[in-house]
Design a protein around this ligand. Sequence first.
Ligand code: ADP
Ligand code: ASP
Ligand code: MG
Length: 405
Amino acid sequence: MKSLVVQKYGGTSVGDVQKIMHVADKIIELRKNGKDVIVILSAMSGETNRLVGLAHSITPTPNQREMDRLLCTGEMVTIALLAICLENQGYPAISLTGRQMGILTDSSYTKAKIKEINSDVIQKYLDAGKVVVAAGFQGIDETGNVTTLGRGGSDTSAVAIAAAMKASICEIYTDVDGVYTADPRIIKEARRIDRISYEEMLELASLGAKVLHSRSVEFGLKYNVPILVKSTFKEGGGTLVTKEDSSMEDIVVSGLSCLKEQAKVKFIDVKDKPGIAATIFSSIADKNIVVDMIIQNVGSDGLTDLSFTIDAADVDSIKPTLQEISTSIDAEYSIDSNISKVSVVGAGMRSHSGIASKMFKELGKSGINIQMISTSEIKISIVVNKNDTDRAMQVLHDCFELGKS
Ligand code: ADP
Ligand code: ASP
Ligand code: MG
C-alpha cells in the first residue's frame, strides 16, 4: 500500500488562482514521490465573510438551513479550481463535496458536528490513482440537507478525514509557520512552539487561537491523529500537536489566547432558591446556545446576581429567550458586549501553584480590571473590558516570559 498524505490548505493559501497553482505544485511533488494524496481546502480568503455579508444585508437573522446552503459554495470553487490545475498538468484528480464523501453530520446548521465519514468513496478514487480534493467545512445531515461545521471548520474536516482514512498525521497549511505562544498579529514577540499537547491546544483553540478549529483538535485527541501546523509559503518551522509527554509538564504556561467576540449576560436580583439556575440554563440550552463562565454572587436578602458569557454572534438570537426567562423568574437582565476573554494555558499548571496570583497581580499593576474569572486544570480565563484586551495579552506574555525559549 502507498503511503498516504493528508494536507489541508486554508483560505489565504488558496486566496487566488496563483496561490492555488502553488498548492498544485506542492501536491505534484508528493505524487512524483509516489504518495497517495488527499487535500482538503477552505474557500478563498474573504469569501465566507462575503457570503455572510450578503445574507446579513437582507436580515440579521437569516434562515440557518439556507445559510449553510450559501456558505458551502465557497469551498466548491476552490476544490474545482485545484482539480482543474492538477488535471491540466497531467495529474488525475477529482474534487469531492461533503455529500459525495458521505460526511454525515447532525442538523445544527452553521455549527454541525461530524458523526460519520464514508471512507470507501475516498478510497475508491485513491485506488484509481487520483488526487482527492475534498471540500472542507461542509457535510450533510441525515435528511440530505447541506450543513457547515462552524467558522474555521475546514481544519476539522481535514483531521476527521485523516482519522477516517487512518492516516498517520494530518498536515495543516496556513499563513503562519506554526502555533505561537500568542497570536503573532497581537504580540510581536510571540514565539513558535515546536510541540504542544492536544489538551493545551484544545484550550487555546476554544479560547480564541484561530490557527486551529477546536473540534479538529478534539478529533486529533480522540483518534490519536497528530496535527502538524505549517506555513504554505515558507519552508521549515512547524508545530506538532500530539500526546502529552512528561517534558510538556515542565512548561508551566504554554500560551495565551483571547476571544474578542463575547458578551456578558447578567440577571439582577434573582431569587436565591432551588431550581432558578435550571430554569435559566435549560431554556438557553434548548436554543442550542453555549454559555460559559457562569458566576453567581453570594446572595443577600434572598436575592443574588447571576452572570455568564456567550458568543457575541448569539446575542440577537438569545434576546427573546432572555425576555421569557426574565418574565418567568421576575428578574431584570442586561447584556454587555464590550467585553473579551483572555486566557492563560499550560499543562504545568497541574503541578505548579501561584500562576493565578501572579497573573492577577500583574494585571492589577497595569490598571486592568478583571470582571470575571474561571479556571480549569490547565487554564485560567478572565473577562476584561474589550479595550484592555491587547494590553492584557501583552502584560501576561511579558510576565510569563513567553517570548524567551
Ligand atoms: P486559515 O485560513 O489557513 O485556516 P486562519 O486565519 O484560520 O488560517 O488561522 C491562522 C491565523 O491564526 C494566523 O494568521 C494568526 O493570526 C492566527 N492565530 C491566532 N492565535 C494564534 C497562535 N497562537 N499561533 C498562531 N497563529 C495564531
Ligand atoms: N471557509 C470557512 C471559513 O472561512 C471554513 C474555513 O476556512 O475553515 O470559516
Ligand atoms: Mg482557519
